[in-house]
Design a protein around this ligand. Sequence first.
Ligand code: DGL
Length: 264
Amino acid sequence: MRKPIGVFDSGVGGLTVVKELINHMPSEDIVYFGDTARVPYGIKSKETIIRFSIENILFLLKHEVKLICVACNTVSSMALPVIMNHFRVPIVGVIAPGAREAVYATANKHIGVIGTKGTVKSRAYESEIKALDASVKVTAMSCPLFVPFVEEGWLDGPVVEEVAAKYLLPLKQADVDTVILGCTHYPLLKNVIKKVLGKDVCLIDSAKQVAIEVKNILSTRGALNKSGKGSRKFYVSDNPEWFSGLAKRFLGSLPADIKKVNNV
Ligand code: DGL
């Protein structure tokens, strides 16, 4: 039987991961859930994030997904170990693939991490990086205004640049040569971040690495769809219009099939 890949995020940002999944596995069916009624996750407690994540996974399991991709940095950093113990379905988060790529990329062994307050507080990227190479130094900063900027479509301009300069100053002072964009929304601010940090700093967007990891897992299990065009279904817990208004910015195209669900 042909089973879909399940993907969830707190809202619309996880579509950056969906875009890469489609690029790498165009024949796969994808079911996406964006928890738009409860976004943002980045400021919520660990207990709440774990509870929401379990509910989101139970929803995706109703669609008989063969693998779940946690396309949210906050969930991946705060809840992944707990939810992986809870379910038998393979679950892939965004932290390990991003950390691996950053450790591979850094030459001066000093990596910067930016993300939501929850992601930075969890120190999940730092633990993953240190487990790969204990000699790497990590400087992390939360950038809470970046998510609303992206959702408002403010992807450049003097206001965004000034805020970015303030947030990123500690990373600049620490002389990091690699920065993990540890939030679904931040890849859309790549140009501003590059302008502030300088063109020699390598920016890591883990979405591509996540897609490669998902493909490897499915291939090892003999569960990869190799033919036909995959279908895409999108579910949200609130207001499909809000979601579709922003989706193109993250996905690159407009999702056709968006449904609101009431009881996640
Ligand atoms: N998706 C979240 C993340 O990647 C950002 C938005 C939120 O705070 O819910 O951390």
